[in-house]
Design a protein around this ligand. Structure first.
Ligand code: SF4
Ligand code: SF4
Length: 267
């Protein structure tokens, strides 16, 4: 019977996801995007009122009103899409992963009905050094600093035959001593803060840290708990942030790759 199952598996068509689809597809991410041509003051105030986190804000400065969307605080609940009357929709691309904390924030000029484009930060020194060193392999140690395990479920999916992370020369390792990168999930709980710092210290330099999920980026929905120190960067330096609650495997892989070359992938 097991022989039949193996034979069926071997005869099934290949289902490995293509690289193009990996880096350009926002399927399942539930991250919102804005149609600036439809954006009005009234819609902006409605979606801000509907947002259960502080991901959406209105900023008024020098007579201009801006709608601010911080992906680092967004849980992908979809309420802004329901309240936005067509102005908000699910993002078609979700490449804003593995970028700086500032780059997780998008801003639209409501009167001008246009997105405000940000300056691009330079590649971090660690990213430059690691890119020169690692060649065709990157070793990652994953650290759960207090996650609900939703992010871990998506990280585990990266190693299945569909996403097949190892085809890119990216491996998960058992010890931070063997790692080039820490992939950290969860808001950092008080009980895990020292362990996270120890894991960071054990990774040989140069090293990269990627904060995963709304919790890792901003503390997320647990951020104000008495048991939480804060987001990952409250305890150790972070080189790139991957938003989402949880981020999809596509977002994770995009972020892991992009942290080595920020802003080479765009919305
Ligand atoms: S999807 Fe994100 S931005 Fe929209 S309401 Fe939910 S948390 Fe706020
Ligand atoms: S970001 Fe969402 S899925 Fe990930 S640990 Fe936080 S609550 Fe769980």
């Amino acid at each position: 019977m097991i022989g039949d199952a193996v034979e069926r598996s071997l005869r099934s068509p290949q289902v490995l996801i293509s690289v193009d689809e990996l880096f350009s597809n926002a399927a399942g991410s539930r991250m919102p995007d804005v149609r600036p041509d439809l954006l009005t003051d009234e819609v902006a105030r409605r979606v801000v009122a509907a947002c259960p986190t502080s991901a959406l804000k209105i900023d008024e400065d020098a007579g201009r009103t801006h709608l601010i969307l911080n992906y680092g605080e967004c849980t992908g609940c979809g309420r802004c899409i329901a309240a936005g009357g067509g102005t908000f929709r699910y993002a078609e691309k979700v490449t804003r992963c593995g970028v700086s904390k500032q780059a997780l924030i998008r801003s639209w000029d409501i009167q001008g009905r246009a997105e405000v484009v940000q300056d691009e930060p330079a590649l971090s020194q660690a990213a430059e050094q690691i890119r020169a060193l690692v060649g065709r392999a990157l070793n990652i140690r994953q650290v759960d600093a207090g996650s609900c395990n939703g992010c871990e479920a998506e990280i585990v999916a990266l190693t299945n035959p569909y996403y097949d992370l190892e085809r890119f020369g990216i491996h998960f390792v058992a010890s931070p001593k063997h790692a080039d990168m820490l992939l950290v999930t969860g808001p950092v709980t008080r009980n895990m803060a020292a362990a996270l710092k120890n894991a960071y210290d054990a990774v040989p330099s140069p090293k990269l840290v990627v904060a995963v999920g709304a919790c890792g980026c901003s503390g997320g929905i647990f951020g104000r708990s008495h048991a939480v120190v804060g987001p990952v960067d409250a305890v150790i330096p972070v080189d790139g942030y991957i938003p989402g609650c949880p981020p999809t495997p596509r977002m994770l892989l995009t972020g892991i790759v992009q942290v080595l070359r920020p802003f080479s992938l765009r919305w």
